[in-house]
Design a protein. Structure first.
Length: 375
């Protein structure tokens, strides 16, 4: 019997088509979702770039501090003094982050947490964007005294936020999350801004010229008052995320953040040991007391249950009320691991591409093996 001739293309055509797809899937770069984080858990400012008056002689004005962390062991702390002067007779201390998502037409989401131990005495810019090379200020978050007492948080676009879009109460001694989404453009009809306070959106798609010129921008945070004041002020900040999507920026109320349980109680001592001591909380509350020791050597107390973040340090979360969402202010521009290291998602996305390549290759092999032979 003579074997029928089988053209090679009938057997290998589909796998041959699949091979280029596999190569493309393996080599295609993934878009980084989270491009930067800062949580100070290195115990230093290595996640940031130096700014203005970070040090004054031997005095440190900007530091990682264990005094009042939002979560973990450390937060950022900035203190401005009367002699922390800057051009134009201003007081200023800040640190910087060079954003990678501020080119024309790009979208950036940035979230971070702030806590003021005392009410504002004067206006202070606490977060703002400035252009590289030309150093033009284009939008600002600032705090200032509230009429009748207290503090307000404000946001505006333009030089020093001259076009105010929003204001709200900013309760002292409480951690608040500020978040912003910017579509970057030098065209005021194409650029836009969204703002959230404690997970509640307060500004929606406000049209604005979000870039002063073609230069990229950097973000600065700290205390910047336009006049010299004869008093000292302090600001704490923590847990920053810069991303190219809303979901990855983790915009939410501080009270909705994952809980972190307290440490276990101390071991019960001796026969019939007493209950273990209360566990220590991570940053916002203490853990519950440990269980009683056994009748022999005394077993360790059970782990305490810390509560969710959001209250003041050493208090139960939610005991301190968050500030109100605030109201929009009409203006002409308003048209509408705990490792502390920076995290990039590109490696994870590359892994997804490699997995897809393997699946495509396996599909080709399966087709090849299951094709019936003709004789």
């Amino acid at each position: 019997m003579r074997r029928a001739f089988r053209p090679l293309r009938s057997r290998f055509a589909l796998p041959a088509l699949l091979l280029p797809l596999a190569v493309l899937a393996a080599s295609a770069p993934g878009s980084a979702a989270v491009v930067w984080t800062a949580n100070f858990e290195n115990g230093d400012l290595s996640e940031w770039k130096p700014g203005v008056n970070e040090k004054k002689g031997d005095r440190v004005n900007a530091e990682a501090s264990s005094e009042k962390p939002y979560r973990g062991m450390y937060s950022g702390k900035i203190t401005v003094h009367p002699d922390d002067t800057f051009t134009f007779d201003q007081n200023r201390v800040d640190i910087q982050h060079p954003s990678t998502l501020t080119d024309e037409g790009k979208d950036m989401w940035l979230s971070g947490h702030y806590m003021m131990p005392d009410d504002a005495k004067v206006r202070n810019e606490i977060g703002f964007f400035e252009s590289n090379v030309s150093y033009q200020n284009v939008m600002d978050f600032w705090v200032e005294p509230k009429a009748g007492g207290g503090t307000t948080i404000n946001f505006g676009v333009g030089f020093l936020g001259e076009n105010k879009l929003w204001t709200a109460e900013f309760t002292k001694g409480v951690w608040h999350q500020l978040a912003i989404h910017v579509h970057w453009s030098t065209n005021a009809q194409q650029g836009s801004v969204d703002i959230w306070l404690d997970g509640v959106q307060t500004v929606t798609a406000a049209k604005a010229k979000t870039k002063a010129d073609g230069n990229t921008l950097f973000f600065q945070t700290g205390l910047h008052r336009k006049d010299v004041g004869q008093f000292t002020e302090t600001l704490y900040f923590d847990d920053f995320i810069e991303a190219d999507s809303f979901a990855d920026a983790k915009i939410m109320s501080p009270s909705s953040a994952p809980s972190m349980g307290g440490a276990g109680g101390a071991a019960g001592a001796g026969p019939g040991g007493a209950a273990g001591a209360a566990g220590t909380g991570s940053s916002s509350s203490s853990g519950g007391g440990g269980a009683s020791g056994s009748s022999s050597a005394g077993m360790g107390g059970a782990a305490g249950s810390g509560s969710t973040m959001g209250g003041t340090p050493s208090s139960v979360a939610g005991a301190s009320s968050a500030g109100t969402a605030g109201t929009a202010v009409p203006s002409a521009s308003n048209a509408d691991d705990s490792s502390g290291c920076s995290i990039r998602a590109s490696d994870a996305r590359q892994g997804e591409g490699n997995s897809l390549a393997v699946l495509i290759a396996l599909l080709g092999v399966t087709v090849l093996r299951r094709r019936p032979r003709t004789e």
